[in-house]
Every structure is written in structure tokens, then in C-alpha cells.
Design a protein around this ligand. Structure first.
Ligand code: TPP
Ligand code: MG
Length: 578
């Protein structure tokens, strides 16, 4: 049967269970848009900027269910979307990227958007496909989907030239919907070795990342079986519930809060699951990892990349952890005693850290710990928190307990500011019945804040808590001591109420501690009515996170002596001169 390439693209997206596409129409993709308008299953979502569209697609994928998909124009759409595609690439998030392509049947040069799309995308995707004929459209989309979702997930790209979209052609017999690619399975002998190491440890610990997000029950069982404290990565903050007595902290090493530092102090065997030991969760590699490292990851390249692994288990987290549990058998007297001792110390350390924060005087502004305590009380357990990148992210990681898997989304290894506002929209689209809030810095808000129009246009009730401190604080804090001046990190004023008006959202002000509870309630009530709302939180940033102090210290300690002296000399000189 002869069909247009646009019809074939629609067929493929429907077959794959794609729920939404994000993007902006242009002459290179309007035929596909027109097809999707008639689709009962796939909804094309118009965004303000393709970068926002890519963050939305990323959030759809992170919530599980369907794979976030982009439908964009080539070149200009691709470069705009590149920030979100890059984030998905480095964070291991599946994403399907579709764009039109220039006509290949006219022999013309200098067409609109006429660039090598594949060269643009190669470094930030797992694979790219060109559907040069009708017969290639469905197989290319299926192959890209399989690529995006198998192994360590990531984005995959398909270019469908306009002529293929427009004209009818014979696609031949359509291939069946692709089955999931089976994950690798660790060898039985390796599992035996790993279990033996863990069983012999006197102070085991667990470190888990986003790769463990579908294995939370197994992780809990293992932590309890071993009496092992658990630290999470930033991206995997919700991979182990924070109200479990063995949950110690975000981050491994000196950049963690005291509960994490103390719980792992004598760790003699670490089980790492679905983490790459990347820069953030190790506090710029300040983490001390014992020789007995059991490293579980679906991507073999990750194993031992930053810290040598005694045993590497290449496989899916869930079955691998189950196999370890089977081998370990029931708890022992020693593991039971560890469980009790660790739980007690962790609880005491957490309480002391919170008390230290609550005792901090925010000088008439909003104390972050008080804010997060109130937000935690107001949010349901499965409420979704979407962070951006900045000091607010690490405050969230240290002060806001995550209680269910996939309730915390953050731009992590690509570390792209501007994620929060659009990703919050993507999360709400993917999970309309859940409460979805964003925690966004005032700097990041400048990047993608206008994307809020996509929420107002669709009546999506989400609340963005803008941590309004007037600075690019994560950077200005790092400038403060060594440089004693804040070059390009002090922001001009932004009228957040004015922004809310411009996009048709509501506005709430939380000026000080006294306004926290009523402000959060008002914001969540507006969101529950289907209204997006910007909350101007006059946050106090005068108290540093442990993450920032620990990581700055690790970085300075890593310098050689002449560099240390140069930094110290410069800091002193600037302090004296003012
Ligand atoms: C696209 C991009 N540009 C620059 C940076 C560097 N950067 C990381 S955090 C940060 C400060 C963010 O400021 P803001 O959004 O106000 O958050 P705050 O740190 O004040 O909470 C900057 C500039 C980045 N991560 N991403
Ligand atoms: Mg700021």
C-alpha cells in the first residue's frame, strides 16, 4: 500500500506507545504534525522553545511509562533542542528525536535548515538514522526507539526528509513493533564473589543512582539484610526513600551531610548500583571508596571508570540485586546489630543537622530548612519535585526528603540550567493526577521562564518556587572566598509577579518565614485548580550547604602547592585591599 512518510511516522509513533511529541512546526515537519492532529493516541504539544520541549520530553521519560519524543525542525530546532538532548544523553534518559530534513529530490543547495543534522547530533545521541525512502521510515523509528531504550538509555535521532513526508511511496511490509532488548546478565560466579564480599564485610555501605530507580524494593531489602547505610547520587535522590532508617544522605564522601559522612566513615565494602561515580555525587571525586567495591551497572564502560571495582556486575539493577539477595540469605546477628546502630546514629545526625539549620537566622528572609519542612508536609508522598541547577538544587538534596521513586528530577551530568520550568510541565503532562512542583533559581528562571505559557495554555496546575536571591549563587559562593568579587554573578532585578502576569500564571510571595505555610498552601491550591503559579521565595542563602563547602574544600586540596599558595595569596591580598 502506498503511504506518505508522514503517515508512516504516525504509524510508528502510535505503535511505540508514544503519548506526546514536543516541538514547533515548520515547513519541514508540518505533514507529520497534521497526521498527529488526527491521531487518537499521540498528542503533539506546542512549546515556546525547542530547548524547553526537550526538557519536557526528558521529564516524560523520567516519570516512566512512555518515551519522551521531540518533533522539531532541522538545524534551528535541533540546535535549540540540543541542551535538553545533551542532558538526556549524559543523564541516561531515553528520548526519541524526530525532525524533518531538507528535500533530497530537487538537487537544490542552500535550502532552509540545510546542515548535516547527524553531525550536529552525533556527540549527544546514542545513534542517528536517516529515513531516505518510504521503506526506511518505520524501521528507522523503531531502531532509534530500541537504541534509546536499551542498555543505558539515551536519545536517538531520526531525520525524515520533506519529500519522503509529502509524497506517497511503497513502504513494503511494515516490521513488527520491536521487542525490548534483553539486558545483559552477570555471570553466576561473579554474583557469588560479590555476595561473598558483601557477606564478609564488617561495615558495608550502599551507593545508588538513577540506574537503581526501578529496584527500590530490592535495594531496601539489601540494605536491611546487610545493615548497610545508603547514600544516593543527586540524579538518583529518589532511588532510596529518605524516611527509611538506613537512608543516610545525598552524596558520598566529605560533601555529604554529617549523617552520610559518619555512616560511611569506616565503610569496608561498597555496593554501588546504577551510578557512574560522576563529579557531583562524589563531591568532585572527594569520595573515599573502599577496595572492596561491587559495582552494578547496565553499561560495562561505567564499571570501575573512576574507582576500581573488585567485582563488576553488568546487568539490570533489579534482577542483579535479587540474585545477590538470594545468595546472601537471611540476616545475621552482626548485620542486625549494624542495622540498629546505623539507624540510631543516622537518625541522631539527621536531627542535629536539621536543628543546626533551623537555628540559623535568615535575617528576615526565608530559612531554606523551614521552607522544605513545610513543603514536605504539604506535598503528598508521590508529589514530584523538579529542580534546576544551582544552590537551590543542593539545598533541596540536603533538606527535602524524597519518599517515593521517580519523585525527584534534576539536570545532572550535563548540568543544564533552564531545566526546571519546562521539565515541570513535562512531568505534569505525564502524571496529571500527581502534584508537581519546581524549585528553580532566579538565574535559571531567566533562561526558560517564558515556557510557562505552555502550562497556562494547557491548564496545567504546577507551582514553581523561585529561589529569589538575586545571584547566580552556586557560582558566586565559589567566587566569594578565593576571588572576593562576584564577576557576572549578580543578577539585575526580575519582576516575578510581572512574569506571572505576562504568561497568564498566578503569583504568590513568600517574603519571610512567617509567610511560608500560607504561601505554599496558596500555591498548591492554585495548582490544584489547574493554574500554574510562580512563587517568589525570598530565600536566605547565607548558610552554605555541606555539598558546597565540602566540594570547594576537595577542589582546593587537589591543587598543587604553588597553585594553593597563589590562590591563598590572591584571596588575602583582595581581602586586605577590599
Ligand atoms: C546553561 C548553563 N549555564 C551556566 C551554568 C553554570 N552554573 C551552574 S549553577 C549556576 C547558578 C545558577 O543560578 P540560579 O539559577 O539563580 O540558582 P542559585 O544558585 O542562585 O540557587 C550557574 C551559572 C550551567 N550549569 N548551565
Ligand atoms: Mg539565584
Amino acid at each position: 500500500m502506498n503511504r506518505t512518510g508522514a503517515e508512516l511516522a504516525r504509524y510508528a509513533l502510535e505503535a511505540l506507545g508514544v503519548r506526546f511529541t514536543f516541538g514547533i512546526p515548520g515547513v519541514h515537519n508540518t505533514e507529520i504534525y497534521d497526521q498527529l492532529a488526527a491521531s487518537p493516541a499521540v498528542e503533539p504539544v506546542l512549546v515556546a522553545h525547542e530547548g524547553g520541549g526537550a526538557f519536557m520530553a526528558d521529564a516524560v521519560s523520567r516519570l516512566g511509562g512512555s518515551v519522551g519524543t521531540l518533533l522539531i525542525v532541522p538545524a534551528a530546532g535541533i540546535t535549540h533542542a540540543a541542551s535538553g538532548i545533551g542532558e538526556a544523553f549524559l543523564d541516561g534518559i531515553p528520548m526519541l528525536v524526530l525532525s524533518g530534513g531538507v528535500r533530497r529530490d530537487t538537487g537544490r543547495r542552500y535550502q532552509l535548515h540545510d546542515l548535516d543534522q547527524h553531525a550536529l547530533l552525533r556527540p549527544i545521541t546514542k545513534g542517528t538514522w536517516l529515513a531516505a525512502s518510504h521503506a526506511e521510515v518505520v524501521p528507522a523509528i523503531f531502531a532509534a526507539y530500541q537504541c534509546a531504550t536499551s542498555g543505558e538509555p539515551g536519545p536517538a535521532y531520526v531525520e525524515i526528509p520533506v519529500d519522503v513526508q509529502l509524497f506517497k511511496g511503497d513502504a513494503g511490509p511494515l516490521p513488527p513493533t520491536p521487542a525490548a532488548v534483553p539486558a545483559p546478565q552477570p555471570a553466576s560466579g561473579e554474583l557469588d564473589r560479590a555476595a561473598a564480599l558483601l557477606a564478609a564485610a564488617t561495615a558495608p555501605g550502599i551507593f545508588c543512582g538513577w540506574g537503581a530507580i526501578a529496584a527500590t524494593a530490592e535495594l531496601e531489602a539489601l540494605a536491611e539484610r546487610l545493615g548497610a547505610p545508603v547514600a544516593t547520587t543527586l540524579q538518583g535522590l529518589s532511588s532510596f526513600r529518605a524516611d527509611h532508617p538506613l537512608h543516610a544522605a545525598f552524596a558520598l564522601g566529605p560533601s555529604a551531610v554529617p549523617a552520610g559522612v559518619n555512616a560511611f566513615a569506616g565503610c569496608d565494602c561498597l555496593l554501588a548500583v546504577g551510578t557512574r561515580f560522576a563529579e557531583i555525587p562524589t563531591g568532585s571525586y572527594g569520595a573515599r571508596v573502599p577496595d572492596n567495591l561491587v559495582h552494578v551497572d547496565i553499561n560495562p564502560a561505567v564499571i570501575g571508570a573512576n574507582y576500581p571495582a573488585r567485582v563488576g556486575l553488568v546487568g539490570d539493577a533489579r534482577p542483579t540485586l535479587r540474585a545477590l539477595l538470594d545468595r546472601l540469605g537471611p540476616a545475621t546477628a552482626a548485620s542486625g546489630a549494624r542495622l540498629a546502630a546505623q539507624s540510631q546514629r543516622i537518625a541522631a545526625d539527621k536531627q542535629a543537622y536539621l536543628a543546626e539549620w533551623l537555628a540559623h537566622d535568615p535575617a528576615g528572609r526565608v530559612n531554606p530548612a523551614r521552607f522544605f519542612a513545610a513543603l514536605r508536609r504539604a506535598l503528598p508522598r508521590d508529589g514530584v519535585v523538579v529542580a534546576d541547577d544551582g544552590n537551590h538544587t543542593f539545598l533541596t538534596a540536603e533538606l527535602m526528603p524524597m519518599l517515593e521513586p521517580r519523585t525527584f528530577l534534576s539536570p545532572t551530568d550535563f548540568n543544564c540550567m533552564g531545566y526546571c520550568v519546562p521539565a515541570t510541565i513535562g512531568a505534569k503532562l505525564a502524571a496529571p493526577s500527581r502534584t508537581v512542583v519546581g524549585i528553580v533559581g532566579d538565574g535559571a528562571l531567566r533562561m526558560t521562564g517564558l515556557e510557562a505559557v505552555t502550562a497556562t495554555a494547557r491548564g496545567l496546575g504546577v507551582a514553581w518556587f523561585v529561589f529569589n536571591d538575586g545571584e547566580l549563587s552556586q557560582i558566586s559562593q565559589a567566587q566569594e572566598i578565593p576571588l572576593n568579587r562576584k564577576t557576572c554573578t549578580v543578577l539585575g532585578a526580575l519582576d516575578i509577579a510581572g512574569l506571572a502576569t505576562a504568561v497568564g500564571a498566578e503569583h504568590v510571595l513568600i517574603a519571610d518565614d512567617a509567610g511560608i505555610v500560607a504561601g505554599i498552601d496558596a500555591a498548591l491550591a492554585a495548582a490544584a485548580r489547574g493554574r500554574p503559579v510562580f512563587v517568589d521565595v525570598r530565600i536566605d542563602y547565607s548558610k552554605r550547604t555541606r555539598f558546597t563547602t565540602g566540594t570547594v574544600r576537595t577542589t582546593l586540596n587537589g591543587f598543587d602547592l604553588p597553585t594553593k599558595l597563589r590562590f591563598l595569596g590572591r584571596a588575602l591580598w583582595r581581602r586586605i585591599r577590599g
